[in-house]
Design a protein around this ligand. Structure first.
Ligand SMILES: [Zn+2]
Length: 503
């Protein structure tokens, strides 16, 4: 169903707005300061404007034992309780990034962030939960790969995390293990239709996995690009000596993505399985998603923050600068971001993730200085994601509530993290970002926290940003400093996707 796009309000309620103008409180009952005195709380956030996927209202919030325990007109904090003054700030659920590649071995290089640096960077950007892709280790089963990834993540993560299983080696043993994953908290599998000779699977494998997923209530995530067509174009460019980074993009044109998107949707339709298309980058693929949804196929789709801001002009830069923008699908033509923003606004796209796949520029990307085929595919964005999507609010393309929906609520619902994650509600985890809509800064690698040595947004002026971040009630970001400890993040045992997921 399409929702009408509504323009962002020019202003929102603040602590200076008379309180009678505020929206009705969640439980609808007045709460007096006197009652507030009896609350057992760990922290109180005062004077902020709460933003959920559906509402904006002035309220104070109390937390206790890692959860939100009160949302009230005014909460008078007991003595010796931590008070966060959020005057002029927005109080939003922490971001949920369902597409990250931390600590992932690659064919050409390993990703630069481990679960410590990657989750610290996420937290600085306002993200309090991630769902990372667990690679299938060659020759190992899915359960063994999962155990290995948990061994890496558990001692390092600083925010809560969950895992998707990549099905890359579709042996009988692998397929027989699919049914055991939900009991391990893994309620989504990922398949690649690209990267021939590596992780690419054929249609026969796809439909078997989709059928398994349909029976288990599991979501199948698909990287949709026609791997054979890409391989053909790469070989042709290489034979013609066309090896600069630009040819990475030219070997993966929009039709390559659109064809595979259409095929994935058709296979999911035949199997009756829920499908999630990762990193939709262009109008051509979006059109296939719209057609599938119009005929009631259970398909949802994300775009990524870089497709909203980066276009193919980056390949006009001198030297090997273009190597920084080698990700898949590639940067598109200049008109494409506006089409994606519109799709986010009207509901045709439901999520924005980062696809954080950080490879060092020096000693990583530059391996392919003379041949684009050797450049590791992926780019950093886990810390930049929230502020990049917020620019849509600044530009009047999204409402603050739609922003929350796209970066937190709907991803939490689609991947079984909701309602503990993805909303501000009594009983939810106190994963909260206090967001300053007025702050302005220039993005720079020097001020970011990933282990990678560049940002694709160096020098970009942005408005809005993180003020304070709480994870299960702990203040983990304050005054631009990280206050947590490695290993404090917990593994999230995910449920099957919420049937109530919007869109
Ligand atoms: Zn990815």
């Amino acid at each position: 169903m399409r929702r009408p796009s509504s323009p962002a309000p020019r202003s929102w309620p603040t602590a200076d707005t008379p309180r009678d103008n505020a929206r009705t409180r969640r439980d609808g009952a007045p709460e007096t300061a006197k009652q507030g005195r009896n609350l057992r709380v760990d922290a109180v956030i005062q004077n902020g404007t709460v933003v959920t996927a559906s509402d904006m209202f002035l309220a104070d919030i109390a937390t206790r034992d890692g959860k939100i325990t009160a949302i009230a007109d005014r909460i008078k904090p007991p003595p010796d309780v931590r008070v966060i003054n959020a005057r002029g700030m927005l109080i939003m659920p922490g971001g949920v990034d369902v597409h990250t590649h931390l600590q992932t071995p690659g064919v050409l290089a390993d990703t630069a962030d481990d679960f410590f640096t990657g989750t610290v960077a996420a937290a600085h950007g306002g993200t309090t939960s991630i769902v990372n892709f667990c690679p299938q280790i060659r020759g190992q089963g899915l359960l063994a790969s999962l155990a290995e990834h948990r061994r890496l993540a558990d001692p390092k993560a600083v925010i809560d995390f969950a895992l998707h299983s990549i099905v890359a080696d579709p042996s009988e043993k692998t397929l027989s293990e699919l049914g055991a994953l939900p009991a391990e908290g893994v309620t989504s599998f990922k398949l690649f239709m690209a990267y021939k000779g590596d992780t690419m699977v054929d249609d026969g494998t796809m439909i078997r996995v989709l059928d398994e997923a349909a029976r288990r209530g599991v979501v199948v995530m698909v990287h949709a690009e026609n791997g054979d067509a890409v391989e053909f174009l790469r070989d042709r460019f290489a034979a013609e000596g066309k090896l600069s980074p630009r040819y990475h993009a030219l070997s993966r044109p929009p039709r390559v993505e659109a064809e595979a998107t259409n095929r994935a949707i058709a296979l999911a339709e035949i199997a009756g399985a829920p499908l999630y298309i990762v990193h939709v980058s262009c109008a051509e693929a979006l059109e296939e998603v719209r057609r599938g949804r119009a005929r009631k196929v259970n398909v949802r789709a994300e775009t990524c923050s870089h497709y909203l801001h980066i276009t193919e002009e980056v390949f006009d830069q001198p030297g090997f600068e273009g190597g920084k923008y080698i990700y898949t699908p590639p940067p598109r033509t200049a008109g494409q971001p506006d089409i994606l923003w519109e799709a986010l606004s009207c509901g045709d796209l439901q999520v924005v993730s980062s696809d954080h796949g950080p490879f060092m520029f020096k000693g990583g990307k530059d391996i392919g200085r003379d041949d684009f085929r050797l450049i590791p595919n992926g780019a950093p964005g886990i810390e930049e994601r929230m502020v990049l999507v917020w620019q849509g609010v600044v530009r009047g393309l999204l409402t603050p509530s739609r922003f929350v929906d796209l970066v937190s609520t709907t991803p939490a619902k689609l991947f079984g993290l909701y309602p503990a994650k993805g909303t501000i509600a009594i009983g939810a985890d106190a994963d909260i970002v206090v967001w300053d809509p007025a702050v302005e800064r220039r993005l720079s690698v020097d001020a970011l926290h990933s282990a990678v040595d560049y940002t694709m947004y160096e020098g970009k002026q942005v408005k809005g940003g993180v003020h304070t971040v709480l994870s299960r009630g702990d203040v983990i970001i304050e005054n631009g400093m990280f206050r947590g400890a490695p290993g404090r993040g917990r593994y999230i045992m995910r449920q099957p996707a919420s049937r109530a997921a919007s869109g």
